[in-house]
Design a protein around this ligand. Structure first.
Ligand SMILES: [Zn+2]
Length: 630
């Protein structure tokens, strides 16, 4: 049984001012001091006399966690008719401020600052609005009207999906204050702003309406001027989303990209934009691009899967309520699958690179012993307590595995549909139903539950989809779901040399690089200095006295280096003598012998000859591509 899609008032936003009964809140975000790591806001809130309760956001959509930066909000001063008013924080909900508004006052003014130590540099800044928002508590955020303005340093350009009302020209940015059309608090929170001295905006696939842009800021003057080859691949990406999802749920879409070694490291989806941050050189050439190739495709896909279609229990009418994660294996897992697939279809990576990265991800999951006690669904339910943290024994704890587990799940479903229909149908048929319900819409949230997923899959091909989900998602599985890879015509194998893609990513030193990969051999993750960050539960290394945090000082009589360790692993192959290591753990030095003799092991996908190569069908473009650099 499927739930009836709920149409929220947000649908009205773009055409009519549904909230005209009350004057909008006016908010001016002042990013002039961004290089000094502090933002300011002036907020005018329509009020009536009596006690007013105002709040800042706690549960941030897309973060799925209570990450609202209330502890960094400072300098809060309320005034009315020029007089300052006392405030008191709520004793239980620390995000709320109570103010008593005197008779005769209709507008309450608030000044506030936010200390911002990430996503900001001397040359650029990112504003996610939870840093500065203040609005009536316990009110659906889709019902609160707000009119934003943004002030930036002289000459800085601005990228955002908000609609400028005073002729802002992205090709000739002047800086200063730009005013935007009124919207709602829900939509403003979903509309981040990037700004920077080195700014470029490029139109993508201009023949398509609604319009698409990529806005780029960088720390160095040249980097925001993207390579023509990358722009070609992004044009392809926009066209591929049309073919894959058969709908669009925005009035305009802005890919927002920050290139910075100090302000990068982000990927956050929004309905009409996405906030993407990578290192300064993250897209500077094909080698650097490999580790980031799926980022823009992933966050863009979220406009359909996550923003438009939202798990019913992840959607809340205000940001004070907990967002529940049990369906994140769809929200994130299917997006992980589609992000990688569309990156390959668009030429952002090659089909061979797609397979190499899939092998790395699948091997990582299959060699994660925490799966012996914890289901994939539990990693989703517990999402808000599983991000980041110390890597010590993280393979036994598991992390937010619903991303990669979900990727394998949806590949399994895609290849199953292809097999059952002799490759006549695919997951694309499901996406045309599930993501395109209602056709093209403006920004809108349409919740779903598991019953609807099952019903829509059954429309494509009749199968026991409920059992399929139960077995793979809800049950504890000692091994990863490799059926999709095998039905796709490949199998996961281990070889003595890293794949071309693993080698490339290690050489560029990007975020996925590690000094040495001995995870599938010894069972160790090591920093580039030889510090043990994690030990695989049940591995040869686990059978010694090694502890996370220990530093390997020497290997077989040689001072530690990545090469010395790899040589020792190779030399021990087929012999009986263990690998001898000397360790420093806390303030003590000790020795350990690792009894391992199977040589180096790196994951890769090997073709199963004589079977259909569905995996290659899946990663082939659906549209006629513009010629890419690869
Ligand atoms: Zn995501």
């Amino acid at each position: 049984m499927s739930i009836r899609p709920m149409v929220l008032p947000l649908a009205l936003l773009t055409t009519t001012v549904a909230f005209a009964q009350k004057a909008p809140i006016q908010i001016t975000a002042d990013l002039s001091d961004a290089p000094r790591k502090i933002y300011h806001a002036e907020v005018d809130i329509p009020v009536s006399p009596g006690t007013v309760s105002l709040t800042t956001p706690e549960w941030i959509p897309g973060n799925h966690r209570p990450t609202g930066p209330v502890s960094d909000i400072t300098g809060v001063v309320f005034t009315a008719n020029g007089k300052s008013l006392a405030w008191r924080r709520d004793d239980q909900d620390l995000y709320q401020f109570h103010v008593t508004v005197p008779e005769g006052v209709t507008t309450l003014h608030a000044h506030l600052d936010c200390i911002v130590t990430s996503r900001v540099s001397q040359k650029l800044a990112v504003l996610e609005w939870e840093k500065l928002l203040l609005y009536p508590a316990s009110t659906p955020v889709a019902d609160i009207a707000i009119q934003p303005s943004v002030t930036v340093p002289k000459g800085w350009g601005i990228g955002t999906a908000l609609t400028p009302t005073d002729g802002y020209d992205p090709q000739h940015p002047k800086g200063g204050t730009t005013h935007y059309a009124a919207t709602t608090v829900e939509q403003l929170e979903d509309s981040p702003v990037i700004t920077g001295e080195y700014f470029h905006e490029f139109a993508l696939a201009p023949e398509i309406t609604p319009k698409h842009y990529i806005d780029v800021v960088s720390d160095m003057p040249d980097d925001s001027n993207l390579r023509p080859a990358l722009l070609t691949e992004l044009n392809n990406l926009v066209r591929e989303t049309g073919a894959a999802y058969n709908s669009r749920h925005y009035n305009v879409y802005h890919l927002l990209l920050t290139l910075s070694d100090v302000a990068g490291g982000e990927g956050l989806e929004h309905g009409q934009s996405s906030d993407n941050g990578v290192g300064e050189k993250g897209f500077s050439d094909d080698a650097h691009q490999l580790a980031e190739a799926d980022l823009l495709a992933h966050e863009f896909t979220h406009s359909w899967n996550g923003k438009y279609r939202r798990p019913f229990n992840l959607y809340q009418t205000d940001f004070a309520k907990m967002q529940q994660g049990s369906l994140l294996w769809v929200y994130e897992g299917m997006t992980q699958y589609l992000g990688n697939v569309l990156a390959a279809r668009s030429g952002l990576k090659t089909q061979a690179q797609y397979r190499d990265l899939l092998a790395m991800s699948a091997a990582n999951l299959d060699y994660k012993p925490g799966r012996m006690w914890r289901s994939t669904e539990d990693t989703a339910i517990a999402a808000s307590i599983l991000r980041g943290g110390n890597p010590a024994w993280s393979n036994w704890r598991r992390g937010q595995d619903y991303y990669q587990e979900g990727e394998l799940f949806w590949l399994d479903a895609d290849t199953l549909i292809r097999k059952q229909t002799n490759n006549k149908k695919s997951l694309t048929d499901f996406l045309h139903i599930f993501l395109a319900k209602g056709g093209n819409t403006g920004p809108l949230i349409v919740p779903y539950n598991r019953d609807e997923l099952i019903a829509d899959l059954n429309q494509v091909v009749k199968y026991d989809w409920a059992g399929f989900m139960q077995e793979r998602i809800d049950n504890v599985n000692p091994h990863a779901d490799l059926e999709g890879i095998e039905r796709g015509g490949y199998k996961l194998v281990f070889t003595a040399k890293p794949s071309a893609s693993e080698h490339t990513m290690a050489a560029t030193g990007g975020r996925r690089a590690s000094g040495v990969n001995v995870w599938y051999s010894l069972g160790l993750r090591l920093s580039s200095e030889g510090v043990v960050t994690d030990i695989r539960w049940g591995s040869p290394a686990d059978k010694t006295n090694l502890a996370p945090g220990a530093k390997i000082i020497a290997v077989n009589g040689n001072v530690y280096s990545a090469d010395a360790l790899r040589t020792a692993v190779r030399d021990a192959k087929g012999k009986t003598e263990p690998i001898h290591i000397i360790l420093q753990a806390d303030t003590f030095v000790s020795m350990a012998d690792i009894d391992y003799h199977d040589g180096e092991r790196y994951p890769e996908l090997q073709r199963i000859e004589g079977t259909p190569a569905y995996l290659d069908d899946i990663t082939a473009p659906l549209t006629k591509p513009e010629k890419s650099s690869k």
